[in-house]
Each structure stands twice: as structure tokens, then as C-alpha cells.
Design a protein. Sequence first.
Length: 47
Amino acid sequence: MAKLYFQDLKNLKKLNPDKETINFLLAYSKALKVITSGNMKFEVLQN
């Protein structure tokens, strides 16, 4: 089973995301806030 995973890793192509994709992910991560209240977590997207 482990050999199958290693064969797949050798055949992976290098990923080159667009500049737009990177900017979107950075903006999303900056706007995301996680609030913990007791044992619950709330994810709030601040835009």
C-alpha cells in the first residue's frame, strides 16, 4: 500500500497558482476570525 502513495508522489506536477488565487486566499485569511465561546467555535468572515 505504501508503494502506491510514493509512486503517486513522484508523478506530481508542480502547482503554479494564479496571482488572483493567491490574493483571494490571503484576503480570505485576513478577514476570517475564529471566536471561541466556552467549548464552541464560531467562524466569522469580516468584510
